[in-house]
Design a protein around this ligand. Sequence first.
Ligand code: AHM
Ligand code: MG
Length: 351
Amino acid sequence: MHASRNEIPAASGTLRSFMTLEQFIIDHQEEQAHSTGAFSRLIRDISIAAKVINRNIRRAGLLDVFGASGDINVQGEVQKKLDVIADEEIVRALRRGGECCLIGSEEQPDTISIGEAGDGVGRYAVYFDPLDGSSNTDVNASVGTIFSVYRLDEDADRSAMLSEVLQPGTEQVAAGYVAYGSSTMFVYTTGEGVNGFTLDPEIGEFVLSHPDLKIPNHGKMYSVNEADVEDFSEGFRRYLRWLKAPDESGQRTVRLRYIGAFVSDFHRNLITGGIYMYPSSAGSPDGKLRLMYEANPLAFIAEQAGGAASNGRNRILEIQPNDLHQRVPVFIGNETLVRELERHLAESVTA
Ligand code: AHM
Ligand code: MG
């Protein structure tokens, strides 16, 4: 890594150095297996879309003041829902950047092809959930954007594109998320650890604030929609009881936190230690979350941060996808807690 930092005056009057996301990407370009300027530009394009989405989210509560979605605003434009805006911004940024040839969005039924092979369009495929947990914006709670990047084979013909892109998560070359919380953070991995950048609104840049993130080994938080507990399997219910059992000194060591936005719950547990769970249930045997847009990218990050991600039996990253929008049960976070979950589910199957 090369040092190329900026400096700004700190409160004490001395200079404080910092590294922007853009500098970080450039400095680390040569360490990556797919080290090209195109890849760096791709990540930068996503970060620019994130800033635009962030600007819209920060004004979310004002929609009621200046017009609800569906209304005509003062410019004569129809107000759009935030998830539609987020989707459009990412597609626009990726199209403009020209580094990727295929886009898949949770908001769109099919993939979008960009350009033709050999016409200067890049070889990356990007999958994303533009605004995960978007109903949280109605109540001023946190939401997120999730993205996943694959590199397509140079020789692939266009007709083979979709099946080629439906690769297991182990093939991701990068993945990340943007958490729009009390501050806005861009967290990503290229398979060389996980780094987090906080948006400094004064200078409009993501600044490295959480280098080499590692999930703490002690699990503190568990996150699940426990309202559905009666619909969960017996094995999973036993795991929940195990999780909440007091330790030798009679203390309960875990706390329940559930925001209802995957990125926000995942991010908190990444910082504090813990496990996020969206299991299968009686009515939804595959759970709710999407493999390509939500589970794979956060599984890549969890593993790179020293954690684990499972569907209850197998490593999420090794699942061979068969559908763009397929769902998968998700158990993700601290490795010990994930392994214990797998053990409980396996025991209940063999019991
Ligand atoms: P979405 O992609 O439609 O926003 O749904 C995904 C979200 C996750 O962010 C969140 O963890 C989960 O749905 C909450 O679902 P539930 O209300 O069933 O607990
Ligand atoms: Mg989602």
